[in-house]
Design a protein. Sequence first.
Length: 323
Amino acid sequence: MANSKQQPLLPAYLVTGTDELKRQVVVARLRKRVAQEGDISFNSDTFSGEAATGEDIVSACNTLPFASNVRLVHVDVVDKLKKDDQERLIAYLESPSETTVLCLVASGLAKNTRLYKAVAKLGSNAIIDCSPPKLRELPNQVRSMAVSHGATITHSAASLLVDLVGENTVALDAELKKLSLAHRGNDPINDSEVASLVSRTSEAKPWEFVDAFSARNLSKCVVLRSHMESTSPHALLAMCVTRLRELIAARCLSARGQASSLSSYLHVPDWRVKNHQMWARGFTSEELRRALATARDTERAMKSGADPEAAFQQWFIEVAKAR
């Protein structure tokens, strides 16, 4: 939507991607742009792809604006529209109304779908990508978002906020608003403020636990495990065993002077093993072998009637604790 004031409005846009906050901002900006043409309260319709029909949407698109040059038809979760209803939209987009802007919003509409291609034909700016930032980029985005609330936040506090809230940008923005209202002074919002004012709502990711396990950060393992309700101890044990084998490979290759070949040996991208050599140095070869052996015993116990969670916790605490 950049430079939208200098560009004529297209007859349709597809706002697609899982970044909900970005989608909201784009739709609000488009709505503001259409409002410059006349009273939008009389010239807009909103539909949900879960309930609307293609006929209803096309009928709204073909309605003439009142005291305005253009009207807005907004269809949320358009990817939920039934196939036949999507086909009605595709047929409409072959010759769309010149007095309507159709805004189609989806959390993810594949590029190879007919509806995606039909919108893309309307112009290079018709598809508005709202893909989320990568996890490692989120703290910097959070810091940028804080400015819109009249505050600044340290990088470590932003990282903590992401850890507590998760990757949903709308939820992150809501917490930033709360933090900015409670904050006093000109200093950036810090870790202590985030920890005291924000409750954990996100579930920890399995890979976060495995990384903490690899780093022998026992306290972090315990905290993360308490926030992983949907991940079974059986699954985590298997992931930890895979990591142990990778660390054994890292130590062996390092001893041969071939540490740089780990990614090709494991058939994974370089970024996937960027910390493996460091983690491997945190264990002796004997500790890694013993960890694998005790993992085998733990799995047998878990399958023989022992409480799976208790058995897993006993195992990872024994392996990850400091020497």
